[in-house]
Design a protein around this ligand. Structure first.
Ligand code: B1M
Length: 208
């Protein structure tokens, strides 16, 4: 089945059309991961490129994000079903100052599907919110950032965990478009995951 209409409808912000396209693709037996990567995520990448080139503006980007979230809601049970069960408690949030949550939600969804208990700290999550989650028994602290200006708040959060005497009690995993393995090392995180499915693998390794 051709995924171009779903891609285009995300780009155009047509949530209803994205919903029916994803429904049809699933009914046709398409792999949910293919629909996710080749249509939904690919379309958001294109949105980003067009934004950079000044062809799209924030309101259009937001409408595209909502259309993508609509498609994602349909894929959620199918993506979760492809993972095997594990256990552990992960607190995940988008760091202070950052409102991007699509990637973070995707990671949370995959972790839940893999049997983790997920505490979602939402967006614009302060260092204190992560500290509180660690105090409440989270074994892994997951931080997401999409802006080069907010990724530094990952390091600030790690410092807050140190000050609270909790750094050695948790593992820290970070991710998001501008984040790299090298950056993770430089701020003293335990692991970097480039995408949602590797985040699940990494969380399992960290807890093991
Ligand atoms: Co924003 N935005 N945005 N935006 N936005 C980017 C990030 C940008 C790259 C666009 C661009 O210029 N090309 C750019 C950042 C540039 C930079 O920092 N150098 C940008 C900008 C500038 C801004 C504003 C400043 C624009 C403005 O107001 N002038 C503003 C900032 C607001 C704020 O946060 N304070 C802003 C606002 C918005 C919207 C609200 C309109 C909307 C967000 C809606 C929402 O999230 N609910 C939005 C969107 C949609 C984007 C783009 C187009 C798409 C992001 C996305 O959802 N990607 C984005 C361009 C781009 O990334 N190509 C852009 C899909 C998502 C599945 O991928 O989040 O990378 P991603 O997640 C992946 C991996 O990174 C990884 O797994 C996920 C799945 O595989 N991952 C993890 C993520 N978190 C992880 C955590 C982990 C492990 C893996 O462990 C814990």
């Amino acid at each position: 089945m051709d995924l171009k209409p779903i891609f285009q409808n995300v780009l155009d912000g047509q949530a209803d059309a994205v919903l029916s396209g994803v429904k049809a693709a699933l009914a046709a037996g398409m792999d949910p991961n293919t629909i996710l990567n080749d249509a939904l995520i690919a379309a958001m990448e294109e949105v980003g490129c067009q934004f950079e080139e000044g062809e799209l503006f924030v309101p259009e980007m937001l409408v595209s994000a909502r259309a993508m979230q609509a498609g994602l809601s349909l894929l959620k049970p199918h993506l979760a079903a492809t993972e095997t069960k594990s256990s552990g408690k992960v607190a995940i949030g988008t760091v202070k100052g950052d409102l991007h949550d699509i990637g973070k939600n995707l990671v949370a969804m995959m972790l839940e599907g893999a049997g983790f208990e997920v505490i979602d700290l939402g967006v614009d999550a302060s260092p204190d919110a992560f500290v509180e989650a660690a105090q409440n028994g989270a074994q892994v602290i997951g931080m997401s950032a999409l802006l080069t200006t907010t990724m530094n708040n990952m390091g600030v959060t790690i410092e807050a965990l140190k000050v609270a005497g909790l750094r050695d009690k948790v593992k820290i995993m970070i991710g998001g478009a501008p984040v790299t393995e090298e950056f993770a090392k430089s701020i003293g995180a335990d692991a970097f995951a480039p995408d949602a499915s590797s985040a699940t693998r990494v969380a399992r390794q960290l807890i093991a």
